[in-house]
Design a protein around this ligand. Structure first.
Ligand SMILES: Cc1cc2nc3c(=O)[nH]c(=O)nc-3n(C[C@H](O)[C@H](O)[C@H](O)COP(=O)(O)O)c2cc1C
Ligand SMILES: CCCCCCC(=O)C(=O)O
Length: 367
């Protein structure tokens, strides 16, 4: 009899057994020697929770607001490309799960379900659209217009990908998108659909050929000139860049090392979070992703100043298990784990999780 699946890591183990190599390696891998990939998770254990007692936690509320919209739980779904390699309904199933759980789903530019398909699949859920900026700016502009029209509530501009990180497993596998799938936001467009015959990792070739490597902070003004949607910049890891983003008037900063997929050797996202929160204060909402696999991780990130956290891979493991149901289970597990953590540490609401409740482990050696 197979063991019961009770935590996110169980879903991951299951996915490793069922996904084809080409897809699993693409989903799983990080850049280079994958030191940061391991560190994204391990770093959480360097932060310790200081629980408070006897604070009436009989009624608990895990909801919060993000960019003015209410979400039922402070954990949502980061953009990950090509989700139909994990499940035939891919992004549509993922978006439906987020809708059912009252949280945010972020659709990748490089999705295997289109903006319009996802909007139709989850019409009531809060959906954000992740944006890459192409050399041909009209490509990006059309995506923004479609996302606006389809009711997406924010643009998540990824700023850490002038090139695609060197992911050795994809290069070894000569990654190709399975022929029955397509980059659905570019259906019928030869230039921006992936060339399935390119050698090496087709992904590196695609990004290096089409994404705008000359992008600068001032280009955010270009984006702001034709959209009213709030802009969240994703991939910031330093106070310096966070301040530039705040000065440009973006509405959100997603502290992220892209799931350790861009350059090996960066800090874990959770380690970068405090300096960014300190730098921007209340000027901009700050979120984080990278390595979240447990409710205590969410608690720690909120205590260190994140308003909301997101995850990427766990949703893929949920999809690989059972599509929409699998992602719902993942979100429910994280919700339950966060609820337990809050109750046992004396927090009835997410606003009660304050910065004194989580300290770096070095705090205890200094006492
Ligand atoms: C398979 C995969 C595909 C991804 N695709 C995108 C993408 O299209 N756009 C983007 O901004 N980030 C992308 N990311 C990064 C995620 O949005 C997110 O930052 C990362 O997965 C968070 O780390 P976690 O997987 O440990 O939760 C991808 C990550 C993975 C694992
Ligand atoms: C074919 C282009 C892949 C785009 C990038 C997807 C991504 O961000 C990732 O981390 O993978």
């Amino acid at each position: 009899m197979s063991e019961a699946i009770v935590c996110v890591k169980d879903f991951e183990k299951h996915a490793y057994n069922v996904l084809p190599r080409n897809a699993l390696d693409y989903y799983r891998s990080g850049a280079g020697a994958e030191e940061t990939l391991a560190h994204n998770r391990k770093a959480f254990s360097k932060y310790k929770i200081r629980p408070r007692c006897l604070r009436n936690v009989a009624k608990r509320d895990l909801s919060t607001t993000v960019l003015g919209e209410k979400v039922q739980i402070p954990v949502g779904i980061s953009p990950t490309a090509m989700q139909r390699m994990a499940h035939p309904e891919g992004e549509c199933a993922n978006a439906r799960a987020a809708q059912a759980m009252g949280t945010i789903f972020t659709l990748s530019t490089i999705a295997t379900s289109s903006i319009e398909e996802v909007a139709q699949a989850a019409p009531y859920g809060t959906k954000w659209f992740q944006l890459y900026i192409y050399n041909d700016r009209n490509v990006t502009r059309r995506l923004v217009e479609r996302a606006e029209k389809a009711g997406f509530k924010a643009l998540v501009l990824t700023v850490d990908t002038p090139m695609f990180g060197l992911r050795l497993a994809d290069i070894r596998n000569k990654f190709v998108l399975p022929p029955h799938l397509k980059f659905a936001n570019f259906a019928g467009d030869k230039a921006t659909g992936i060339n399935q015959t390119e050698s090496g990792s087709g992904l590196n070739n695609y990004v290096n050929r089409l994404f705008d490597q000359s992008l600068e902070w001032k280009d955010i003004k270009w984006l702001q000139s034709f959209t009213k949607l709030p802009i969240v910049v994703k991939g910031v890891l330093t106070a310096e860049d966070a301040l530039i983003a705040a000065d440009l008037g973006v509405q959100g900063i997603l502290v992220s090392n892209h799931g350790a997929r861009q350059v090996d050797g960066t800090p874990a996202s959770i380690e970068a979070l405090p300096e960014i929160v300190r730098a921007v204060g209340d000027r901009v909402e700050v979120y984080m992703d990278g390595g979240i696999t447990d409710g205590t991780d969410i608690f720690k990130a909120l205590a260190l100043g994140a308003r909301m956290v997101f995850f990427g891979r766990p949703a893929l493991w949920g999809l690989a298990h059972s599509g929409e149901e699998g992602v719902k289970k993942i979100l429910n597990i994280l919700k339950t784990e966060l609820d337990y953590t809050m109750a046992i540490t004396g927090c009835a609401t997410v606003r009660d999780i304050d910065h004194r409740m989580v300290v770096h482990e070095s705090y205890y050696s200094k006492l």
